[in-house]
Design a protein around this ligand. Structure first.
Ligand code: NAD
Ligand code: DAU
Length: 360
């Protein structure tokens, strides 16, 4: 029976990962979720599993060394799956410092406490321990529109405070692997979408605005390209890298599903129009006329595209959910979770939205 320490498990990908793991392993694993519950952390995302005997929640900041140490002292942790981060690029442009604190310092604390708990007197590590650092393709920078892919060997060239802080965290993990032979893997994944994603990110923001007849803000010329992956496929990749990944290796995770932002917005509008019944009053609100081109994001990366060749060849992982299917599953989830959306968009979200989009 393995015990997983998941950081940031109340966020978008973390909560999807926890759901995936309990569906797959049921009572054969224990999960401890450490999360400080920032605006992005939401225990509603885990409501259906909170009563499980093999799930524990610890409300703590990953920068709080003592709190993290306590978790390692109280539990025999076998795997750390490190999601906790500030994750939104636009916020990082406005408030970079919190990104450096959580993403860099927080990762250093997690590494240090895991090392202290797992290291043996001769400098080797206790059997079967692994630290999986969840990172992003944004560390590699931006690709030309007409070609090229990010490989594991692509040099880092981050442009936003978010991606720079994630690159810093990746470098720390690499340093621990090189210096201390610390048992870890890194995954660098492309854009995720799916249930429980906070509506500051493109896809849930467009779904939510379209359903209420609000403007659909498209940055710049709308032709920036992202490589979209259904979140459950990412959760599966992480589990497979934990089980089969060679220690000290990095694996790129991506969907080979490149789309311009404007294409994504059009696909969502068309899917909403198709999926809403004729007597649903929201159907009349959803329209391409809502598309509004707004001032571009500062330092906006033009194109991301992952080459997932290594993870396919070594581990046998491939994306399973085609975008056409994944986007419908996602929209269906938001239809069925109107209260979730209402709760996360009340209060502070309105202020965030006005600050971010008011003068755009
Ligand atoms: P998210 O913003 O939805 O969730 C982040 C979680 O971390 C929240 O629950 C938040 O409360 C928690 N957290 C933040 N600061 C913390 C702190 N100091 N201490 C403890 N908990 C803290 O993020 P996400 O989209 O789920 O991303 C998760 C991870 O995956 C991040 O590391 C991100 O860089 C990476 N990633 C995300 C994507 C994507 O498309 N969303 C793609 C590739 C990689
Ligand atoms: O590539 C992986 C990364 O994907 C993750 O590391 C990040 O945590 C995650 O937030 C995501 O970053 P992006 O900046 O690519 O995602 P976002 O949803 O913010 O934006 C996607 C694209 O859509 C981007 O080109 C900016 C554009 N956009 C975004 C918003 C919120 C718009 O045009 N309008 C918007 O309102």
């Amino acid at each position: 029976m393995k015990t997983y320490l998941v950081t940031g498990g109340a966020g978008f990908i973390g909560s999807n990962f926890i759901h995936y793991m309990f569906e797959k392993y049921d009572n054969d694993i224990v999960i401890i979720n450490i999360d400080s519950l920032t605006y992005a952390g939401n225990l509603e995302n885990l409501k259906d599993i909170e009563k499980r005997d093999n799930y524990f929640f610890v409300k703590a900041d990953i920068c709080d060394k003592e709190a993290v140490k306590r978790v390692f002292t109280e539990h025999e942790i076998d795997r750390v799956v490190h999601f906790a981060a500030e994750s939104h690029v636009d916020r990082s442009i406005k408030e970079p410092e919190v990104f450096v604190r959580t993403n860099v310092l927080g990762t250093a604390v997690m590494l240090n406490e895991a090392k202290a708990a797992w290291e043996l007197p001769d400098g080797s590590y206790r059997e079967g321990k692994k630290f999986l650092h969840v990172s992003t393709d944004e560390v590699f920078g931006s690709l030309e529109e007409d070609g090229g892919y990010f490989y594991e060997t692509t040099p880092f060239s981050p442009h936003s405070p978010y991606s720079a802080s994630k690159a810093g965290s990746d470098m720390l993990v690499k340093a621990y692997m090189d210096t201390y032979k610390f048992p870890a893997n890194i995954t660098n994944c492309s854009n995720n979408y799916g249930p429980y994603q906070f509506p500051e990110k493109l896809i849930p923001l467009i779904i939510n605005n379209a359903l209420s007849g609000k403007k659909l803000p498209v940055y710049g010329d709308g032709k920036n390209v992202r490589d979209w992956l259904y979140v459950r496929d990412h959760a599966k990749a992480i589990d497979m890298v934990i089980e089969k990944g060679r220690l000290f290796e990095t694996y790129n995770v991506g969907g080979h599903n490149e789309k311009q932002n404007i294409e994504i917005v059009n696909i969502i509008i068309e899917a909403l129009q198709e999926m809403l019944s004729d007597d649903d009053p929201r159907k009349k609100l959803v329209s391409k006329d809502l598309i509004t081109y707004v001032e571009d994001r500062k330092g906006h990366d033009r194109r991301y595209a992952i080459a997932p060749d290594k993870i396919k060849k070594e581990i046998g992982w491939e994306p399973e959910t085609m975008f056409k299917e994944g986007i419908k599953l996602t929209i269906k989830w938001y239809f069925e979770h109107e209260d979730w959306m209402k709760n996360v968009t009340s209060g502070d979200y309105q202020k965030y939205y006005d600050d971010m989009y008011g003068n755009r």
